[in-house]
Design a protein around this ligand. Structure first.
Ligand code: SF4
Length: 433
């Protein structure tokens, strides 16, 4: 979502007559659009703000803005004060960037806007100049997972009007975007309880009807991952057969402490229905290892869930206590060594399953959106419809875009293949070196 928000901020700046420079050393204004979900990105922001403050104190004429989730938190506001940030804008007020710059230019120091602006839902962000288009369909979250700061930083759920979403999707299609990523903290809550809005399943079908070659979405909550969504994916060719369904833990006891609102059994039922209706589906998940109170037995339940689901990929994290969350306030953190040891065990299992699952594509053709030249070696990098990272020899390509690729080698993290045919329907891009 931050990438979509960054694109919105960028388009506002360009519309306001500002110029985007290639190097931060040439900039008069540097904006940091931040994430606050884990501690690590926050540490990086603090380091960067420290460096920028040093440059300002040394005489550089520079304004600095802190935007996004961190800006919304007390923690971020203290950081902003400490590092003499000039602009502070929360994720619900990103379209205030031009008034913020005007205020600075008028000599008013320290502009701050932390509202959740209603007009953000109808704001139309121009199509990006790229093969992938991110499209936010909803903002905020009505769940209250005890480890998560998002409901505080992004507020309650707001579904965007259908017309705004469709206008953006059609503009992306016209601009040559080859895949649209529908985004939201909890996309499958789209339209819930809002008269006149379609369900998420209906929205998926409508966006697919624009004719965009592929439609993906993230993130889903198992709580309302209903059969109609699975049917829409199964029945619509250009909705990718890739589902990211965060489980977070395999233990009911831990899921309850996390307030995830589903049990292991219900999650496994959804997975079974997905596998029955969508042959060859690729599944990935998010896991938090070492949540407060997680016993060895709880962790083993996560391991057995792994054996049952057999994920193609997983994003695995050690629990990181975030100030302001209920779990930070009420639960004691587990020792880091214990969390780290469990994480390593889980990574090993995931490596095994990723390897096994990737082997099934050997000798088969996948449709791959080749998006860039690899930073090293003689390869170009793309992603399959099922979200695998796929490398192909760059000398087999004349342009970036969609290709049919025969898979020849499969490692746990990457598939290697040869190009069979060009599939792009859009204007080919010039190959960037
Ligand atoms: S569903 Fe839970 S983890 Fe996801 S954004 Fe909402 S509160 Fe956070």
């Amino acid at each position: 979502m931050n990438e979509y928000d960054s694109n919105t901020i960028l388009s506002e700046l360009v519309a306001g007559g500002h110029q985007v420079v290639d190097s931060s050393s040439d900039a008069d204004l540097i904006l940091l659009n931040t994430c606050a979900v884990r501690g690590k990105p926050v540490e990086k922001v603090v380091t960067l703000l420290g460096e920028l403050r040093k440059e300002k104190r040394a005489g550089r004429n520079l304004a600095v803005g802190l935007m996004g989730c961190l800006a919304q938190l007390d923690e971020g506001q203290e950081i902003a004060k400490k590092f003499e940030v000039d602009i502070l804008i929360g994720p619900g007020a990103i379209t205030d960037i031009l008034p913020a710059i005007e205020a600075l230019e008028a000599g008013n120091p320290a502009f701050a806007s932390l509202d959740f602006k209603e007009d953000l839902a109808t704001h139309i962000t121009p199509a990006p100049n790229s093969l992938t288009g991110f499209l936010t369909i909803m903002r905020g979250c009505n769940h209250h997972c005890t480890y998560c700061i998002v409901p505080t930083t992004r507020g309650p759920e707001v579904s965007r009007p259908l017309e705004s979403i469709m206008l953006e999707a059609e503009a992306m299609q016209a601009a040559g975007v080859q895949e649209i990523y529908l985004l939201g903290q909890n996309v499958n809550s789209y339209g819930l309880g809002v008269p006149g809005l379609p369900s998420f399943a209906e929205l998926l079908r409508l966006v697919a009807q624009t004719g965009i070659p592929r439609v993906k979405f993230t993130t889903s909550h198992p709580m309302n991952f209903s059969s109609d969504i699975i049917d829409a994916i199964a029945e619509t060719d250009n909705i990718c057969k890739y589902i990211h369904l965060p489980v977070q833990s395999g233990s009911d006891r831990v899921l309850r402490r996390m307030a995830r609102e589903y049990k292991r059994g219900r999650y496994l039922e959804i997975v079974r229905e997905i596998k029955e209706k969508i042959p060859d589906v690729v599944l990935s998940t998010d896991i938090i290892v070492g949540f407060p109170g997680e016993s060895e037995e709880d962790f083993e339940q996560t391991l057995t869930l792994y054996e049952e689901v057999q994920y193609d990929a997983a994003y695995m994290f050690m629990y990181s206590a975030r100030p302001g969350t209920p779990s930070y306030k009420h639960f004691d953190d587990l020792p880091r060594e214990l969390k780290s040891e469990r994480l390593q065990r889980l990574i090993e299992r995931q490596k095994h399953w990723s390897h096994v699952k990737n082997q099934r594509w050997l000798g088969r053709d996948l449709r791959v959106l080749v998006k860039e030249i690899a930073s090293s070696g003689d390869y170009a990098v793309g992603h399959s419809d099922q979200n695998h990272t796929v490398l192909v020899p760059k000398n087999q390509l004349e342009s970036l875009g969609l290709y049919d690729v025969t898979i020849e080698t499969a490692t746990p993290h990457t598939l290697y293949g040869v190009v069979k045919g060009y599939r792009s329907e859009a204007i080919p891009l010039l190959m960037a070196q």
